[in-house]
Design a protein around this ligand. Structure first.
Ligand SMILES: Nc1nc2c(c(=O)[nH]1)N[C@H]1C(S)=C(S)[C@@H](COP(=O)(O)OP(=O)(O)OC[C@H]3O[C@@H](n4cnc5c(=O)[nH]c(N)nc54)[C@H](O)[C@@H]3O)O[C@H]1N2
Ligand SMILES: Nc1nc2c(c(=O)[nH]1)N[C@H]1C(S)=C(S)[C@@H](COP(=O)(O)OP(=O)(O)OC[C@H]3O[C@@H](n4cnc5c(=O)[nH]c(N)nc54)[C@H](O)[C@@H]3O)O[C@H]1N2
Ligand SMILES: [Mo]
Length: 737
C-alpha cells in the first residue's frame, strides 16, 4: 500500500427503496471502492442484505449512464448520442418554456418515485420546488404501495401514524403475518431479527399468504394459503366467529370505538341476508372453515396479539376493505395501543417514520405552491387525501392517479383528464416497468412532444427519453435518511467522487434553475442541507453522526401507536370526528358510494375466480417484490442475477395440467399483454395462483412479446375505489412456450 492513498473504510447508510437503511462499511483505495462490508459492531447490528453488499457493482456497472444523452433515433428505440451538460440543460429548459408558453404549465407532467428514499435527493421535493417556482406542473396522486392502508387508517383512526417500533414484537404472544414477507422485503432493518427473537420467546406465528414464503418457512408455526383479493372475506368471517362465541372485547369496543353494532349486523347477515359464516368465507377464500374459526378463537383469546396486515393484499381490487376489516379485528380483540398488540394499520410509519414516531427533523426543502394544483378544485371525495408525515392534506383534482398515467398521456382532455400532457419529466422513477399496462405506456410515450428522464441506467422508461440526465449514486453525494420501524437516522456520505459527468438531483435542478432564470431556487449545498436537517433532529453531534453513518434513537421502551388514546382517552381522543376508533365512518356514509361503504364489507373483486373472465384466464396473478431487486433497481447486476433468475412461480398441480416442467419457458398472457419467462414449478405457491415478481424490465421482442419478465405487462390500470394501485388482482393463463 505504498503507492497512493491508504485504504480507508467509510461508514455510510444504504438507502435503496426497500424500507431498510442499513450500515455500509465502504473500503476505498485511490478513490475507488474496492469492497463493501457491513455492521459488526454494537447490537442490534444494522446489517446490509445482498443488495447493499453488491452496491460496488452498481456504482461501477458498465451499463451505468455516465454522461448526458440526447435521443437521435425514433422514440423508444434507445438510440442516443452523448451531449454536454450545457446542451442538455439548455434543451430541457427551452422545452419547459416552450410547453408552458404554448399549452400552459399543466401540460408538464411530472412523475417522481423512490430511487433512494432519502430526505434530500429522494423525496421529489427538488423537482416540485423548481417547477412550482417556474409556474406549476401536473403532479400525480396515490402511493404505489399503501394507498389502501393509508385510506383505511385515516377512516378508522383519523391518522396514518399507526406504527409501533418493531422491537415491540418481543412482547407479542401471537403474531399473525398477513401477506407479509419481510425476509425478502426487509420492511425496516432488523424486522426478521425481531421475529426470530419473538419466536424464541415462544410467540406463535401464523402466516396467511398464497405463497409459502421464506418468512413463513423460517418463522411461522402455520401456513394458511388464501386466494388473492379475498382477504376481507376471511377477516369478516373471523369477526363472525368472535361475535357468535362472544369473544370480542366488548368493554374495549364500548369505550374506544363507534359503529360496532352496525358492523355486527352486517357480519351476522342482517344487512344483505348473508351471515358471514366461516363456510361462506371458505367458498370465497379457499381457507377451510375450521381453520378460520380456530384462527379467530386464537386471535381473540391469546393476548397480546399482533395482526400484521401487510400491504400487498391491499393492492387488490377492493383492497381498502381488507385493511378496514383488519383494523376492526384489532379493535375487537382489544389489541390497539398496548404492548405486544398492533392496531392493524400499515402505513408510512413503517417505512418513512419521520413524524409518526417522536422522530424529529430540521426543515426539509420547501416545495411552495403548485399553481396548477391550487387553481383546480379539490377532489370531491373528502377522504381522498394524501398525507405528508402525519398531516393529511386535501388533494387537488388536477392530479393524475399513478395507475392512470399512461391513459392520461394517451388521451388527455378527450379522455376526461384535466389537461393534455405534452412534456413528461421523470425523476427517481421507472414508470414503464413499474406502473401497470406496459403496452399502453409504449403507445402513450409515442405521443409526447418531449420527455426528460433522470437516470443511472437505461431502463425501459429512459429508452423513450429525449434527454437523459445522468444521476450520481448515493455513494457519490451527501444525504440523510430516517429509518423505519427500527428507529435510527442514517448519514449517506459522499464516499467517492461522482463519475465525472454525473450530477446529483439537486445539482441538476440548480443547473435548470439558472437557465430558467429562477434565482431563489436554492443556495445550499448537499452538505449544508444535511446539516440543517440534522440540526432540527435529536442527533446531538453532527461530526460523530457523519463518522459513524448511523445515529440510533434509544427509546426507554418500544413505541406503541395510540398508547395515550387507550391509557388516557379523556385527554387524548383519537383524531377522528367522533374521537373514537371508527368502525362505522360517517364520512364514508355521507359519500354514499356503495363501493366505499361506511363499514368494512367484502366486495367481490373484478378478475377474481368468480369473474366470467376466469373461464378464459383461470389463474390469479400476483406480482411480489423480489429479494435481489428493489423494484426495477439492481436488475442488471451480474452478482445478483446469478442468485435468483426471474421466473413465474407456478404450483405443481397447475404445471402438470399444462404439461409444464420446472424451468420450461412459459407464455403468461391476458388481454393486456404477453410475457415469456422460465417457470419455477413449486409447491410453495397454492394452486390457482401464479407469481411473477415485479421489477423485471420490459423487453419486447419484434412481436411485442415481453422477454424480460415484466409483471406490468399483465397488470391492470384500474384503481380500487379509494385509489389503490392494483397489482395483485389480474387473471392470466399460462402455457408452455
Ligand atoms: N427486496 C425488496 N424489498 C422491498 C422492495 C423491493 O422491491 N425489493 N420494495 C419495497 C417497497 S417500496 C414496498 S412498498 C414493500 C412492499 O412490501 P409488500 O407489499 O409486503 O411485498 P410483496 O412481496 O408485494 O407482498 C408480500 C406478500 O403478500 C403476498 N400477497 C400478495 N397478494 C396477496 C393477497 O391478495 N392476499 C394475501 N394474503 N397475500 C398476498 C405475497 O405472496 C407476498 O408474500 O417492500 C419494500 N421492500
Ligand atoms: N406489478 C407491480 N408493480 C409495482 C409494484 C408491485 O407490487 N407490483 N409495487 C409498486 C411499488 S410499492 C412501488 S414503491 C413502485 C416503485 O416504482 P419506482 O419508484 O418507479 O421504481 P424504482 O425501480 O425504484 O425506480 C427508481 C428509478 O430511479 C432511478 N434513479 C434515478 N436517480 C436515482 C438515484 O439518485 N438513486 C437511485 N437509487 N435511483 C435513481 C433508478 O435507476 C430507477 O430506475 O413500483 C410499484 N409497481
Ligand atoms: Mo412501495
Amino acid at each position: 500500500m505504498e503507492d497512493g492513498e491508504v485504504e480507508r473504510v467509510d461508514a455510510t447508510a444504504c438507502a435503496s427503496h426497500c424500507g431498510g437503511s442499513c450500515l455500509m462499511k465502504v473500503h476505498v483505495k485511490d478513490g475507488v471502492i474496492i469492497r463493501i462490508e457491513t455492521d459488526d459492531g454494537e447490537e442490534p447490528q444494522l446489517r446490509c442484505c445482498l443488495r447493499g453488499r453488491a452496491y460496488r457493482q452498481r456504482v461501477y456497472a458498465p451499463d451505468r449512464i455516465k454522461y448526458p444523452l440526447k435521443r437521435v433515433g425514433p422514440r423508444g428505440k434507445g438510440e442516443f448520442t452523448r451531449v454536454s451538460w450545457d446542451e442538455a440543460v439548455g434543451l430541457v429548459a427551452s422545452e419547459l418554456q416552450r410547453v408552458k408558453e404554448t399549452y400552459g404549465p399543466s401540460a408538464i407532467l411530472v412523475k417522481t418515485g423512490g430511487g433512494d428514499v432519502t430526505l434530500l435527493h429522494g423525496t421529489g421535493r427538488i423537482i416540485e420546488r423548481l417547477l412550482n417556482l417556474f409556474g406549476g406542473y401536473t403532479g400525480t396522486w396515490a402511493y404505489h404501495s399503501w394507498e389502501a392502508a393509508t385510506f383505511a387508517s385515516v377512516v378508522t383512526y383519523g391518522t396514518i401514524a399507526v406504527a409501533n417500533t418493531r422491537d415491540d414484537l418481543l412482547n407479542s404472544r401471537w403474531i399473525l403475518m398477513w401477506g407479509w414477507n419481510p425476509s425478502d422485503t426487509i420492511q425496516s432493518t432488523n424486522t426478521t431479527w425481531y421475529l426470530a427473537q419473538a419466536r424464541e420467546k415462544g410467540a406463535k406465528i401464523v402466516s396467511v399468504d398464497p405463497r409459502y414464503t421464506d418468512t413463513t418457512a423460517a418463522f411461522a408455526d402455520e401456513w394458511i394459503p388464501i386466494k388473492p383479493s379475498t382477504d376481507a372475506a376471511m377477516m369478516i368471517a373471523m369477526a363472525y366467529v368472535m361475535i357468535k362465541e362472544n369473544l370480542q372485547d366488548q368493554a374495549f369496543l364500548n369505550r374506544y370505538a363507534v359503529g360496532f353494532e352496525q358492523y355486527r349486523e352486517y357480519v351476522l347477515g342482517g344487512i344483505d341476508g348473508i351471515p358471514k359464516k366461516p363456510e361462506w368465507a371458505e367458498g370465497i377464500t379457499g381457507v377451510p372453515a375450521a381453520t378460520i374459526s380456530r384462527l379467530a378463537r386464537e386471535y381473540a383469546t391469546i393476548k397480546p396479539a399482533a395482526l400484521i396486515a401487510g400491504i400487498a393484499p391491499g393492492r387488490t381490487a377492493f383492497g381498502e376493505q381488507y385493511h378496514r376489516a383488519a383494523l376492526v379485528l384489532a379493535a375487537m380483540t382489544g389489541n390497539v395501543g398496548i404492548h405486544g398488540g398492533e392496531c392493524g394499520g400499515r402505513c408510512l410509519g413503517d417505512q418513512y417514520p419521520f413524524n409518526t414516531y417522536p422522530f424529529k427533523l430540521g426543515p426539509l426543502m420547501e416545495v411552495g405552491v403548485n399553481k396548477v394544483d391550487a387553481e383546480a378544485p379539490l377532489q370531491k371525495i373528502a377522504l381522498k387525501r394524501y398525507t405528508v408525515g402525519d398531516r393529511i392534506v386535501p388533494r387537488s383534482s388536477a392530479r393524475v392517479h399513478i395507475s392512470r398515467l399512461a391513459d392520461a398521456l394517451l388521451k388527455g382532455r378527450a379522455g376526461g383528464y384535466p389537461s393534455d400532457y405534452k412534456l413528461f419529466y421523470v425523476m427517481n422513477s421507472n414508470p414503464v416497468d413499474q406502473l401497470p399496462y406496459a403496452k399502453k405506456w409504449v403507445e402513450a410515450l409515442h405521443k409526447l412532444e418531449f420527455m426528460v428522464v433522470q437516470e443511472q441506467f437505461m431502463t425501459s422508461t429512459a429508452r423513450f427519453a429525449d434527454i437523459i440526465f445522468p444521476v450520481s449514486t448515493f455513494l457519490e453525494k451527501n444525504d440523510i435518511i430516517a429509518s423505519g420501524a427500527t428507529p435510527f437516522y442514517g448519514y449517506l456520505k459522499k464516499v467517492i467522487e461522482p463519475m465525472p459527468e454525473t450530477k446529483s438531483q439537486l445539482e441538476i435542478a440548480m443547473a435548470l434553475a439558472e437557465r430558467l432564470g429562477i434565482r431563489d431556487f436554492n443556495v445550499k449545498t448537499d452538505e449544508e442541507w444535511v446539516k440543517e436537517i440534522v440540526s432540527g433532529s435529536v442527533i446531538p453531534d453532527y461530526e460523530e453522526f457523519e463518522r459513524k453513518g448511523i445515529y440510533r434513537i434509544k427509546l426507554s421502551e418500544p413505541y406503541v401507536a395510540f398508547r395515550q388514546q387507550i391509557e388516557d382517552p379523556e385527554s387524548h381522543p383519537f383524531p377522528t370526528a367522533s374521537g373514537k376508533i371508527e368502525i362505522y365512518s360517517q364520512d364514508l356514509a355521507d359519500m354514499n358510494d356503495p363501493l366505499l361503504p361506511p363499514i368494512p364489507k367484502y366486495i367481490e373483486p373484478w378478475e377474481g375466480t368468480e369473474d366470467p373472465l376466469s373461464k378464459k384466464y383461470p389463474l390469479q396473478l400476483i406480482t411480489t417484490h423480489f429479494k435481489r431487486r428493489a423494484h426495477s433497481q439492481f436488475e442488471t447486476l451480474p452478482w445478483l442475477r446469478e442468485l435468483q433468475p426471474q421466473a413465474l412461480m407456478i404450483s405443481s398441480a397447475d404445471a402438470q395440467l399444462r404439461n409444464i416442467s420446472d424451468g420450461d419457458l412459459v407464455r403468461v398472457f391476458n388481454d393486456r399483454g404477453e410475457v415469456i419467462v422460465p417457470s419455477k414449478v413449486t409447491d410453495r405457491i397454492m394452486p390457482g395462483v401464479v407469481d411473477l415478481p415485479e421489477g423485471a424490465w420490459f423487453s419486447p421482442d419484434e412481436r411485442g412479446v415481453d422477454r424480460g419478465g415484466c409483471a406490468n405487462v399483465l397488470t391492470t390500470d384500474r384503481q380500487s375505489p379509494c385509489g389503490a394501485h392494483v397489482t395483485n388482482t389480474a387473471l392470466v393463463e399460462v402455457e408452455k412456450a
